[in-house]
Design a protein around this ligand. Sequence first.
Ligand SMILES: [Zn+2]
Length: 1018
Amino acid sequence: MYGPRGSITNNDLPWITPMAQLPESLNMERRSLTFSKKHQLTISKNLAFLILFAFIVCIVVTALIAHYVTLQADETRCKLQLDQQGTHAPHDGITTPSTNDSTTIDHIDDTNTTHDVETTTADTSIDDNNVTGAKYLRLPRSVLPIDYDMRILTVMSNLTFYGSSVIFVNVTMATDNVTMHAEGLNITCEDVRVVEAVEGQTVQVVSCSTEKEQEFYVLHFDQPIEEGLYNITMNFGGKLRDDLSGYYASNYKNGNETRWIAATQFEPTEARRAFPCFDEPAMKATFRITIGRPNNLTSISNMPLMSSTTSELQDYTWDEFQRSVPMSTYLVAYIVSDFKPRTIGNFSLYARDSAYSQTKTAADLGPKLLKHLEEFFDVPFPLPKMDLAAIPDFSAGAMENWGLITFRESNLLYEEGVSTKKNLQRIAIVIAHELGHQWFGNLVTPSWWTDLWLNEGFASYLEYTATDAIFPEWKMMDQFIVDDLQMVFNLDALKSSHPISIEVHNPNEISDIFDRISYAKGATIIRMMEDFLTTSSFRQGLTNYLNEKKYSNAEQNDLWLSLTTQAHKDNIFGPEITVKDVMDTWTLQMGFPVITVNRTDKQISLTQDKFELNRNNISTNYSWWVPLTYQTKSGLKGRSWLSKDSKTLTLEDINITPSEWFLVNLNQTGYYRVNYDDLGWSLLETQLKEDHTKLDPKNRAQIMNDVLSLSSAGYVDYSVALNISTYLQSEEEYIPWTATLTKMNFLFEMFQRSGHFDKFKVYFTNLIQPLYKKLGFVDVKSDPILKTYLREVILKKACQLGLSECIEWAHTEFRNWMLSPNPDNLNSISPNLKSIVYCTALETGGEQMWNFAWQRFINANVGTERELLMQALGCTKEMWLLNKYMTMAITPDSEIKKQDAILVFRAIGSRIVGQTAGMRFVISKWSEINTYMGKSVLAMNSILSSVTSNLNTEKELEEVQMFSKRYENDVTFSQRNAKQVIEQTQANIDWMNKYFHTIVEWLTNYEIQLSNSNSSQR
Ligand SMILES: [Zn+2]
């Protein structure tokens, strides 16, 4: 399946090459860290003696430190001063201190030039015995990596790679084996050499074994080796993978020619598929990477290129990169490609040549965002350069590899006049997210994946705050409420949700938690924390945490400690409260509270309970530390705490009259819903109808989202929510509308599946009518971004409701495009309205329109345009086209790239006709899809969720239950995700039984009132 290119064939480099036959330049033997005379080190005896002496001193000092300070005899922290320029000149990794202090690069902090390179050092604090139930899946701590010196030859002609590495390790206790990770690699045991680093004695490797489930590769010795420093030399190789993980092949079309590149994706557990390593986040080491690549291509890696030398292999060059700072294996990256760079200072953008013009926007945004983050953390970015690369085939959205961030094209590349404002915002926030990781994740890394949320929650929060700093007019912090906070409530309300901080053991379980709970809930509780700590205390606490833990690992308790210390110092709260007390209630428990507000003449009481979708199963053993904020109509504001140990807080002597509303959770900074008594709701309703602008748009969004959720779970009557919703006729802001639509889409779909859609249509058309008329069909370039978004969502709803003017407009626009002499380059449809025009036209446009869009998709050179078209192709109501589309999505070498298969199912699942077709297709072809997607838990979760969110019949429930049972023993099948789907379906069925008829009744009355008022107006 791989197109041959280049001059080397398999015959030149046999698949498994014995050491003696390896090309000289690939042979790592001479690079090993050793002092033995018999090896080919190019250092003098005197220097070797000096280094040996330095070593002994170092070991002694370390032993003393270890004894007196850490009392952990097995933790050897050996501070070795490396070449400050990152060179590894004599290939020994250990040089005398350099006198060259010149740091010409902005981002290098002078104070970092020595301790940056502390070579340590996995976090040995993990007690194997504490890794409950999964001890055997973790690496033993007896051997810790310090430095990897790797050469990787990438042969593009047959899409293979040949590697050789010397891993410099610290053996912390006598052991008769070295256990590391390797998966799917060809390794010849006879080639493996283990040499004691000081004396140079070779250790006999008697055998090698693999442990499949653990993905271990184990070297066995005839007798235990002593504590000390060793070099392990190994050769390895393999095919470039085709499942977008490990070291994999990607391609793109340049005219009729297919061009191949090679790129890496290692998070969470895929580095072991590219080279043998200690593939756990706490086992940090430095990396010296040398890439062999064909002369007509270039290579990039985490660190800057140090030198390029011609290889003895014809047409090949070796690129040697500077030694990295200590980092986790999952952050290593290298790319061999023909990409054309766009460089501004230390920032470079890499993309295929034909997309060069599309890198301009990111090249402008990237440095600004990085500068903002440096200032925000008050911790300099420690690497000398930053590269952002757009990979034609990429499984996730982007990946934060240190110094070399990789992206899906649509998340980095922007074409003026083709891409939309939403694309621009997306690109900004994805770059901000990945840059945020350079501190949260890369500089300080969770000790284990249990605390993944520390990485993803912070990056997900920083993506908003950093973008907000650059584009305040985008109101990112308002958008946060609807895009993250309110969205994650839905998932977290399920009993099959999970706490943010969760024990995970094997690679599938680890992948499973890259979900909205880790990302969006993580970000939400961080935002809440910033609010109660104050921004200045929060920031200072973060800076202290990053400085204390840099280049090593941490757990959430470490962060809580730094923040508590700062909070106490700043008198944010008294010594009796800690951040840990508060935050443990949010990270160790799943779900969230609903705060019920009751008022009498003199007092207001606030009571906490766990929010339940099904109120027949109330959990009583949940409680939180809830930061409360409130406001009265007259403007009085206050803050208070509802402690974990108290169910109710009573506010006495609040200066409030019976006719004044009382609002809780200002700007929805707290991660909880608020319910009011009848009076409370009715006063808010009156205010919204009299003058809604007296309330902040964020609070209008909160009220609508809360009341619709509370009514769908039976906390308040649906009539309360629907009565309040009629204020929307005068609402003109994007945030409250989106907050409403998020919940209303559910009603919309439930009614579309029933015989009463006509009634719903009357009600909803009446709500959007004023705005629909006002906003019109013209995308005004100078409109603020949120007004552009608002026009998009309102027009989308208008077309979905079947309003004839909207549908005619969309068809006319699309047909005009079809008449264009060069439709690939001349498209008169405004970019921001394309999604509605495309989808509406294709919904009923039949085969001809579908084929036209399909051809545009194939020809598109801009990733964002490809994605818009992919979404639209799923809008058709023709069942056979849907099935054809899904089949192509899982067919190798079809026009749909593997990375985009998820988008096909998402597009189809988002439409009412597609949902059922999608569910049946996915269930019946699960194994086939799973195999095609490389058994990626993340991808499969996304596919299943996309096509099942609106199922609402017993029959469908039965189908998903049977399906889940069929795969209950398949380790690549996420039982948690399946449980969520089943629970959601059951909840939808319950909802239909409990509330559907109440709503129909309300809608009927609404229709009568409307026609009465219309006739009286006449
Ligand atoms: Zn992330």
